[in-house]
Design a protein around this ligand. Sequence first.
Ligand SMILES: Cc1ncc(COP(=O)(O)O)c(C=O)c1O
Length: 431
Amino acid sequence: MDALQKALSGAPEETLDPDDWTDVQALSHRILDDAVDYLRGVRERPVWEDVPAEIKPFFEAPLPRLPAPLAEVYRDVVANVMRYPMGNVHPRFWAWYMGSSNFTGALGDFLAAIQGSNLGGGNHAATYMDQQVVDWCKQMVGLPVSASGTLVSGGSMANIIGLTVARNVKAGIDVREHGVAAIEKPLRFYGSDQIHSCHRKAVEALGLGNRALRRIPTDGEYRIDIDALRAAIAQDRAEGNQPACLIGTAGTVNTGAIDDLQALARLAAEEDLWFHVDGCIGALIAIAPKNAYRVAGIAHADSVALDPHKWLHAPFEAGCALIRDASAHRDSFAVTPEYLMMTSRGLASGVHLNDYGFQTSRGFRALKIWMSLKEHGGDKFGRLIDQNIAQGHYLSALVEAEPLLELAAPTSINIVCYLALQPQISSALQR
Ligand SMILES: Cc1ncc(COP(=O)(O)O)c(C=O)c1O
């Protein structure tokens, strides 16, 4: 018995490695073949099916304590999980606004998990690729090379990163040290009444409270009303509040409306406010040749939130926060305990990416984005965005031509809101 076995009380060392790598290789080939068939045949399956009552107890089974062969585990997944997806990878999924993943991205996710690198930072290839993808995001929206950024789980996290930096820069005190209670005048953030709910969560989590986020009325096209915004800022100043940040939305989730980002950038400069763009839906329109004009002004933002898991179709999760002032970004999050100290060489000599957000451990999200961008090229994604907007306008025209349907909002990009005119539809069905 060697010393290690003795230390393990005589038991053989256990690991999670397969007993037989050849078996697991064969099964993995099958899983990959099935995955390709799954996507190739997606159109032949319904978009969505309710999980049948007889399947639900499967998800109530208690914690498995004993092993099961991987082939059996996989069979369970096929029968109970793969059969009943949300449906958003289906071409006819129109339930909520979201991306539809892509096969190359899925391979990227698999390889990222196989490599297993922790993107908290360090001197290794994944760190460099993470920074490269952030650089590509800056290029796509027109922020300067000197800007910084971080890949996060999605738009909600990307927005709270931007708003955290905005709060810290505009607070007038060291909020990290003294907390929000020490801020002299209550801070005010402004967005349209169409703003995404994640901003409410953000201001609440930032200790500012829901009331710190003023919802400004919108015009007939659901874009923020700039005169009303100007008046709200003046009113806040008069009442002793501290206007701090304008949030422009490039593509609202309700109707796809894009605020006038140029006017917002000008107003932010005049009023000395932080200009944040929630571009979770629309920031990447900046790379779409026919529609880029719609987001003109985004390059003036102090921070941008965008979602590679929407119009870059990265598999969930992938969001990105970009901050024009890289030091303000780092100053909002960096903490260096002794166990995260950098060294002058070796693995710990690489940049600490965890200095740019809330997470310490981070997944290798960049690979799935990098592989799809390399495979298809950014231009193609731009054309796909143009195509998708054209599809939205096509659907909108069909709705307008159909007497039983009515557009509920003007169509701006790829979100079409329409109603079925109930009484007419019922009588049409009875005939
Ligand atoms: C405008 C807007 N902002 C923020 C979000 C939140 O993004 P995520 O769902 O990626 O967290 C969304 C989601 O659709 C959105 O449309």
